[in-house]
Structure formats: structure tokens, C-alpha cells
Design a protein around this ligand. Sequence first.
Ligand code: AP5
Length: 213
Amino acid sequence: MNVVLLGPPGAGKGTHGSALSRHLGLPHISTGDLLREAIAAGNSVGHRVESIVAEGRLVPDEIMAEMVRERFQAPDTSGGCILDGYPRTLEQARMLETILEELHRRLDRVLNLVVDDEEIVRRLSGRRVCEGCGALFHIDNAPPRRAGRCDTCGGELSRRTDDDPEVVRRRMKVYRKSTEPLVAFYRAQEILREIDAIGPVADVRERVLGAVA
Ligand code: AP5
């Protein structure tokens, strides 16, 4: 099963992508994580995308296509995957169709996580990420047991540089202009499911799991 998680910044794609991955036993592929890993590794892709990601703009479609195509070569994706943050433009959606067709696979479900702007700002201003294992926390909604430390690996928690309020505003604008049109694109293909992503994480998770049952 190949599933795409769609939604604005902070909608919960990472949170529910991990849960879905565990539930379905499929890899969770977050293009944001892949880009941050490339930046941390300091490789050539990392150098090309670092300022783009920091400013909340979209990385060029060709770079993303190469990255996703390469990730799909890994054997763990043969049974399907959970795509989080890709596609983000109509061009990327068409490219994903091509990549999947080449592999004789198809996209089964697109889950659109719906949240309002006020909630996005609240979530992103309180988000903390483990520098060690990438686990997600929120200072109010999902606080760590020990302040500033990851519950899973004890790593240090930090704020993502693109969670700065000005960058968040740009990311939301980019989402509305370039990514939101994908909702109509996938609705027309009758594979879209709308998920009310407001409320306790456990309740939203139930809705997400229900939508892929
Ligand atoms: P990416 O990392 O994909 O960022 P994003 O799409 O903006 O999404 P986020 O990771 O910010 O949020 P999320 O929806 O995963 O929410 P989360 O679960 O963390 O991309 C970063 C950048 O990389 C982009 O800006 C772009 O530059 C580049 N990029 C990536 N993919 C690209 C592509 N395909 N093409 C071009 N460029 C690309 O949750 C947020 C917080 O809310 C957490 O603290 C969580 O604990 C909390 N939370 C979650 N659910 C709930 C709930 N129900 N109630 C209360 N709190 C909750």
C-alpha cells in the first residue's frame, strides 16, 4: 500500500506518518527528514538545499524527484510506503505517478490532514525535535518526561530553524499556493480522504488508521 500524507506545515504528517508506519509495517518516507539529513551530512544536495529549507521555500522539483526515485530503490519500499511531504506540487504529483508506474506500483490513498492556521502556529511554536533520533515533542501537547531531553534516546531536544514565526508564515503561503491544489487533483482521482486533524493526537490517529483500513 502506498499512502501520501498531505496537509499544511504542522498538520501532523510526521506524527501520524510514524504511527501509520508502525501500524502498517511500511517505511515512513519524509522528504523534509531526507533533506535535513542531507544538510546535516554536508553532502552536495545538502549544500544546494540548505538555504532554501531554512527560508521555507520549496526545493526544486528535479532535486526532489532524484531523491525520491533513489529512496524507492531501497528494498524496504517493495511492499509500499508512507510518503510525508511529497508530492508538494502538481509537477511532483505527476512525477510520483511516473516513478510508481516504472515500478509497477500505484498510489492507493491520499490522507489530507485538515487544521486551521491558528492551530498551525500554536503547534509549530511549541514543537521540539530530538537531535538524536528525530522523535517529536510539543512543549504543551506532548511534553517530554524530562525537560529538554528525549524520552526515547535521551538526546537533546531543539527547535527546527524553519519553525521561526516569519519562516512559518512563508511556509504556510507556499503551502496554499503550490501544495493545496493537490487536494482537488487527488479528489478527482477518488483516492483522497479528508481527516479532521484537530483534537487529541490519539483521536486523530484513530481517524488516520480508519482511513487506511
Ligand atoms: P517538512 O519537514 O515536510 O515540513 P512541513 O511539511 O512544513 O511539515 P512539518 O514537518 O512542519 O509538520 P508536520 O505536518 O509533519 O507536523 P508534526 O507531526 O511535526 O519540510 C520542511 C522543508 O523541506 C519545506 O519547507 C521545504 O523547504 C522542504 N521540502 C520538504 N519536502 C519537499 C518537497 N516535496 N518539495 C520541495 N521542498 C520540500 O506536528 C507538529 C507539532 O504539532 C509537533 O510538535 C506535534 O507533537 C504536534 N501535534 C501533532 N498533532 C497534534 C495534535 N493532534 N494536537 C496537538 N499537537 C499536535
